[in-house]
Write a protein that binds this ligand. Structure first.
Ligand SMILES: [Zn+2]
Length: 141
């Protein structure tokens, strides 16, 4: 798919998924409240089933969409970068994002400041930004 067609289709796609979820839920609860009433157990059961299948299908589609996005990100070499700054000496470093990084959390130890006593966070840098970086190679083409 083309890049432009993806960005155009995404809102519509989610709007559609939302509609299907809503419809499935209505079907499901319609069936749920109908069960136990005389004579229409089968209809209610069919309502519930189709509602449940609708929900499962939608979840499956969302999952597939997520996998597609992840592949796209890998294919375009988009990386997440973490910016760390030392509050003591203003040393700044940029490194690839690691799990557990968050803005204003503690990053790595500052390579320029002296090591403090054990257990102290004195020379650890602060994470000041986390951002997406698009691969330069892809931009040229
Ligand atoms: Zn420092």
């Amino acid at each position: 798919m083309e890049r432009s067609s993806i960005s155009f289709l995404v809102p519509f796609y989610f709007f559609l998924l939302g509609l299907i979820i809503l419809f499935s839920l209505i079907l499901f609860f319609q069936g749920l409240t109908g069960i136990g009433k005389e004579g229409n157990d089968l209809t209610s059961f069919l309502f519930m089933m189709s509602g449940a299948i609708g929900l499962i299908l939608t979840l499956y589609m969302i999952r597939r969409y997520q996998v597609g996005i992840q592949r796209m990100i890998k294919g375009r070499r988009i990386t997440v970068l973490t910016v760390e700054e030392c509050p003591n000496c203003n040393y700044k470093s940029v490194r690839p994002f690691r799990e557990g990084d968050f803005v204003y959390g503690y990053g790595e130890e500052c390579p320029k400041c002296p090591k403090p006593a054990e257990g102290n966070v004195g020379n650890r840098m602060l994470i000041t930004a986390i951002y997406l970086d698009k691969g330069v190679q892809e931009e040229r083409s």
